[in-house]
Design a protein around this ligand. Structure first.
Ligand code: URA
Length: 290
């Protein structure tokens, strides 16, 4: 039988109220932090049933704010056994709309339309929106992520959830550039179910889109966010921890591997290395790190 430590004596009624207020405050902060990370139920709690498969989305304009198919009543669960916060249409992007000219996609010709209609792999059947990417073209700097997540699939914009908020802060507060001045895209244009890792067949099917985008953007530097992006861009990767800190000539640019912002949200200690990588990027661009 386990012996429990004796309970602390109850504080007097006045203190009890203060303690309760502290507990409520701490719990609110904890819940807010979890929500920020997209979590509303914790691993181990019973999962709600998966929503019925959404009907295949009809082609739609890239970056359309309105999903082509109605969002499922219950959002899908993430791979870590957690449930995403809020129904799709209640999601408010963590990232402001970009201040770009209406015709910012013009340099890409009909590529946005071709990506919207793409059925090269099975991901096209389940997506709500394709996520072309967004920013300026040409641009000297590209950030390449892995694949759209839940929020991106709903909004058609890249990196608009908690990880996107951090990426935006890295660009704007850290590098002193505007998100509008760079281009942000992903190796895949459609969300893999339950945010699972991209399959090689999907990366291969989407690669021509990525190459066409890069040929138009003509970046000097491509920041590869996380191991999947590194592998998709370079063909192989022994792991992001071994790849970061290096600069690799590929795809007509300098490729700088660094940690994915979603990883940084869970591992704040890695932000120091990530900032070193961003300083390397600034040097490669001829901009003195602040
Ligand atoms: N993670 C990614 O890799 N890409 C996004 O667009 C969002 C989250």
């Amino acid at each position: 039988m386990t012996t429990r430590p004796p309970l602390r004596p109850l504080p007097p009624p006045g203190d009890l109220r203060a303690e309760l207020a502290r507990l409520v405050h701490a719990t609110r902060r904890l819940v807010a932090a979890e929500r920020e990370g997209g979590v509303v139920t914790l691993p181990g709690t019973p999962r709600p049933p998966e929503p019925p498969a959404a009907p295949a989305a009809t082609p739609h304009a890239p970056h359309a704010a309105t999903p082509a198919a109605p969002p499922p009543a219950t959002p899908p669960t993430t791979p870590r056994g957690t449930q995403r916060a809020g129904p799709a249409d209640s999601f408010v992007p963590h990232v402001r709309p970009l201040d770009l000219p209406d015709d910012w996609r013009a340099p890409f010709g009909d590529l946005p339309q071709r990506i919207t209609a793409c059925r090269r792999c099975a991901l096209g059947e389940k997506r709500t929106c394709t996520v072309f990417g967004e920013g300026s073209a040409p641009a000297e700097l590209v950030f390449c992520g892995e694949a759209p997540g839940y929020e991106e699939d709903r909004t058609g914009r890249p990196f608009v959830g908690a990880a996107g908020e951090l990426l935006t802060a890295m660009i704007e507060r850290g590098m002193k550039m505007r998100r509008e001045d760079v281009f942000i895209l992903n190796t895949l244009k459609c969300r893999p179910p339950r945010n699972r890792a991209p399959l090689p067949i999907e990366v291969g099917a989407c690669r021509p889109h990525l190459e066409e985008q890069l040929a138009v953007i003509r970046p000097k530097v491509i920041v590869a966010l996380g191991n999947h992006a590194v592998r998709a861009l370079l063909g192989e990767s022994p792991g992001i921890t071994r790849m970061r800190g290096r600069v690799i000539d590929a795809l007509g640019a300098k490729v700088v591997p660094t940690y994915h912002p979603a990883y940084l949200l869970r591992n704040a200690a890695a932000k120091r290395d990530s900032w070193e990588d961003l300083k390397t990027v600034l040097r490669l661009l001829g901009r003195a790190p602040a």
